[in-house]
Ligand binder design. Structure first.
Ligand code: Q9C
Ligand code: ZN
Length: 344
């Protein structure tokens, strides 16, 4: 399968990430994409191509125009106010507050974010739009008849909602791929999200849509990020009723004691939905050695994930999300993609 990659990802390179009350070097770092690129090249997964720029029109289908303008200008406003250091929010309009956009950059950061662990840097807009371009171009290849494509997106996207950033995500790359597939003639699209964390952004973007199924396997939000979405009783609304399926699993879950069954159930939902194409939000932070996660998948288990998805025999856009154990990141991603090709 073809691989779409932009080296502009390296412009998202934060100085520090707030984890557990302390500043640490970011786990979401450029080395991640470089390791994955080296591994897919080495494994001969397919040819590597640069993307064409995503159309603003497509970004505005997924995101609020005011949010996009904010992201594009946030860094300039931040350095004018505070100088050259990662921009981080510290105040939010939570319960009891008025949802109104302030004029100061600190107020805007809180208005448009949901966590303090996602630094905006000088190159964030450039990197985030490059990742969206990767997803857009990859999906267009599938529209053009390719059976599958791997979009090596960085920064990731599945936590980004219509007007919110967080969880290392700014633009929802998977949602961009969905919109390209719908525009290209797919009547129905299923998103399968196997990142360790619930794809709260993708879920909310499509929550009222009947033509897009969102099925996600993730850490139980009672225990882990993003905490406030990803529960079993979130099943969709309006025309999207019954087009959302969450499979939360407890800390410590491995392949045989929960993951395999949840994947089977999620893929069963996809089959019943009878989509024309599939978008996979591919996170490998379910790995045993991941530094911020608590599932117990082994590298061989990723072959089984790929085989399960390949068994659907549907045109598939893989969109890279999380995965922070950099030494195993390459083999884990390659295993998903080669498992898929073997089963397709
Ligand atoms: N105790 C993705 O995998 N919180 N995002 C980390 C660790 C944020 C993960 C805190 C995790 C976001 C795309
Ligand atoms: Zn994740």
């Amino acid at each position: 399968m073809h691989i779409i990659y932009s080296e502009d990802h390296r412009h998202q390179d934060g100085t520090a990430e707030l984890i557990d009350g302390q500043f640490h070097p970011p786990v979401e770092k450029p080395e991640r994409a470089e390791r994955i690129l080296a591994a897919v090249r080495e494994a001969g997964i397919g040819g590597i191509q640069a993307p064409d720029a995503v159309e603003r029109r497509i970004l505005e289908k997924v995101h609020d125009p005011g949010y996009l303008q904010f992201l594009e200008k946030a860094w300039d406003e931040w350095i004018a106010a505070h100088g050259d250091w990662d921009a981080l929010p510290i105040d939010w309009p939570t319960r009891t507050f008025v949802q109104r956009l302030p004029e100061a950059i600190d107020g805007k950061l809180g208005y448009y974010s949901f966590d303090a662990g996602t630094p905006i840097t000088r190159g964030t807009w450039k990197a985030a739009t490059a990742a969206a371009s990767v997803a857009s171009s990859g999906a267009r290849k599938v529209v053009g008849g390719e059976h599958a494509v791997f979009c090596l997106c960085r920064p990731p996207g599945h936590h980004a909602a219509r007007d919110l950033y967080g969880g290392y995500c700014f633009l929802n790359n998977a949602a961009v791929a969905v919109e390209e597939l719908l525009e290209g003639g797919s009547g129905r699209v299923a998103v399968v999200d196997v990142d360790y964390h619930h794809g709260n952004g993708t879920q909310t973007i499509f929550y009222r849509r009947g033509d897009v199924l969102f099925a996600s396997i993730h850490a139980d939000p009672r225990q882990d990020f993003p905490f406030f979405l990803g529960y079993v009783d979130e099943t969709g609304e309006g025309e999207g009723a019954d087009a959302n399926a969450n499979y939360p699993l407890r800390w410590g879950t491995g392949w045989t004691d929960g993951y395999d069954d949840a994947l089977g159930a999620a893929l069963g939902r996809v089959r019943d939905f009878a989509p024309d194409a599939v978008v996979v939000s591919l996170g490998t932070d379910t790995f045993d050695g991941d530094p911020i996660s608590r599932f117990k998948l082994r590298s061989d288990d990723y072959l089984r994930i790929g085989e399960g998805i390949g068994g659907l025999r549907l045109p598939t856009v893989f969109v890279m999300e999380g995965g922070y154990a950099v030494d195993a990141l390459g083999v884990n991603v390659v295993n998903v993609l080669s498992g898929f090709e073997d089963a397709y």
